[in-house]
Ligand binder design. Sequence first.
Ligand SMILES: CC(C)(COP(=O)(O)OP(=O)(O)OC[C@H]1O[C@@H](n2cnc3c(N)ncnc32)[C@H](O)[C@@H]1OP(=O)(O)O)[C@@H](O)C(=O)NCCC(=O)NCCS
Length: 147
Amino acid sequence: MMISYRLMQARDVPGVFKVDQACFIHNWSQDSYEAETKNILSNYIVAEADGEIIGFGGFWQVIDEAHITNIAVLKEYRQTGVGQKIINAMLALALAKGCVGMTLEVRGDNQPAINFYLKNKFTRQGRRKDYYGAGLDAIIMWRYGLE
Ligand SMILES: CC(C)(COP(=O)(O)OP(=O)(O)OC[C@H]1O[C@@H](n2cnc3c(N)ncnc32)[C@H](O)[C@@H]1OP(=O)(O)O)[C@@H](O)C(=O)NCCC(=O)NCCS
């Protein structure tokens, strides 16, 4: 199957919203993604297979830092390298835009995602207690240097 990786466009919003709904417990609204297409700080990559959005990832560029907002791949496509290709595209885009680091928050019990980031040279740099609710801490991860 051919999967293409490209920048998100306004017409991708329903598909991105569908992936969000399928992958997260705390969901963004479709309006939030709509707003992201107009936000000059936002940069989103989508993965598309046969006209369907199967994954996406985004970051906000804050001066020279890239803050990941969300990254997700539909369950049936996971562990086949789609997430890796999405983050590769995000890292390349952030580097091209002059970013020197990338950061994110991830739930402390989300081991697949933590492994995913560790593999991509992110390291644990902090913790926000109860960020996702009582007993659900966020791990703050950073990658310094995007080359
Ligand atoms: C995190 C996520 C985007 C990874 O996407 P993916 O397409 O499955 O990732 P890939 O197949 O490209 O895997 C790349 C690497 O990530 C790690 N990884 C991915 N899934 C993993 C799992 N279930 N267990 C352990 N490590 C995993 C591995 O190191 C893997 O490299 P390898 O294949 O050489 O072992 C996906 O699991 C997902 O959508 N999760 C739900 C949403 C989410 O939690 N997002 C993160 C919010 S911070």
